[in-house]
Design a protein around this ligand. Structure first.
Ligand code: MRU
Length: 354
């Protein structure tokens, strides 16, 4: 398989013929490639909450289509009835996961679309909502390509590149964020040595990043999270590329649990640490990382989910935050679809995004 063929496995797809949403079930990868066809709002909520669809941009796309599909059957409602139902479904979907800002960002865009077209008949508003969800998906593709174009300029052929979690194709509608510079380089004939942290406890690195990089024909090596320091000490890593779930206005960055540890190691070994960040993930309303709500997940993910038998004593207390916050001082630069942002991040984000 090649980089282009990877895109033949879409993460989220609207089926217009029967008004359902197809989701590549990421909980079954890499052993099974299964598409789920969802039609009920509760199923779509569950797909997001249980990480069947995951990765900040893909969650946003899935949520936008889910909201459209949830309100689509109510064309006969008055605008007041329709907007009340819309708000109920929007709030419900928004509560599926707290940290990735793309979820509320996409749902708020859908709400803005509803309000902008409130003078139209509900049947036409529904068409506008579908078009808005399509735009969110299309913009996601353009964003990935653009992050790839900007990011590849920071890389050199044959570099060793470490990534954490999965911020690749499976997390977006196209090339991903953190892996976009890699895929763009590969398209240009460059080769890299990719290192994928397994990413305990949900193993997005082992199950998803290793899977998609292998499918794309990249040279990829899997390592346990606690092996990154040894690899860096040996001089095998030239750059770290990660994604993000919410970036605060000062540059503090929430991403998959373990990211901040990798950033601290990179700083110690003088390795550039790049966060690939679509502007939809930069939350200028959030001043610092202290304001970011970190999702706490089920203890079972740590004690038994990936084992034939439970491997921890019964009733043991478990600490299972899904994300951590990397301090802005550890980040070399953000690679956004609008360009590369160096410190001071607060000032430079304002310049780029205002
Ligand atoms: O819990 P997940 O698998 O949704 O976490 C995903 C990440 O942390 C990604 O790095 C982030 O969402 C960026 S995806 C382009």
């Amino acid at each position: 398989m090649s980089v282009e063929n990877l895109l033949s496995l879409p993460t989220v797809r609207l089926n217009e013929e029967d008004h359902t949403l197809s989701i590549l079930d990421q909980t079954q990868l890499p052993s099974k490639t299964v598409y789920l066809r969802l039609s009920e709002t509760e199923e779509m909520y569950e797909a997001i909450a249980r990480l069947k669809v995951r990765g900040a941009p893909a969650i946003g796309v899935a949520a936008a289509y889910s909201l459209y599909l949830s309100v689509r059957p109510y064309a006969h409602y008055s605008f007041e009835e329709f907007s009340a139902l819309f708000e109920e479904k929007r709030r419900y979907l928004d509560s599926a996961r707290p940290t990735a800002v793309n979820l509320s960002w996409a749902l708020n865009r859908m709400r803005a679309c509803l309000m902008q077209h409130r003078h139209l008949p509900v049947t036409e508003i529904i068409i506008c909502l579908k078009n808005e969800a399509d735009s969110i998906k299309e913009e996601d593709t353009v964003m990935c390509r653009s992050i790839g174009q900007h990011g590849v300029k920071l890389l050199k052929p044959n570099w060793g590149i470490l990534t954490h979690c999965n911020a690749g194709h499976l997390a977006t509608s196209c090339f991903g964020t953190a892996l976009a510079p890699v895929y763009t380089g590969m398209e240009q004939g460059m080769q890299f040595h990719l290192y994928a942290d397994e990413t305990r406890p949900l193993l997005q690195g082992a199950r998803l990043t290793a899977f998609e990089l292998q499918k794309a024909g990249a040279d990829v090596t899997l390592l346990c999270d606690n092996m990154a320091a040894s690899l860096m000490a040996k001089g095998r890593i030239n750059a770290v590329l990660v994604g993000c779930d919410r970036v605060a206005a000062n540059g503090d960055t929430a991403n998959k649990i373990g990211t901040s540890g990798v950033a601290i190691l990179a700083k110690y070994y003088h390795i550039p640490f790049y966060v690939c960040a679509p502007s939809s993930t930069i939350d200028l309303n959030c001043c610092t990382g202290k304001e970011i709500v970190i999702e706490e997940r089920n203890p079972d993910e740590v004690t038994e989910m990936w084992y034939n038998e439970r491997m921890a004593p019964p009733h043991i207390k478990v600490y299972n935050p899904a994300f951590d916050v990397t301090d802005f001082s550890l980040i070399t630069a953000f690679i956004t679809e609008k360009g590369i942002v160096y410190p001071p991040f607060k000032e430079n984000f304002k310049k780029l995004f205002s």
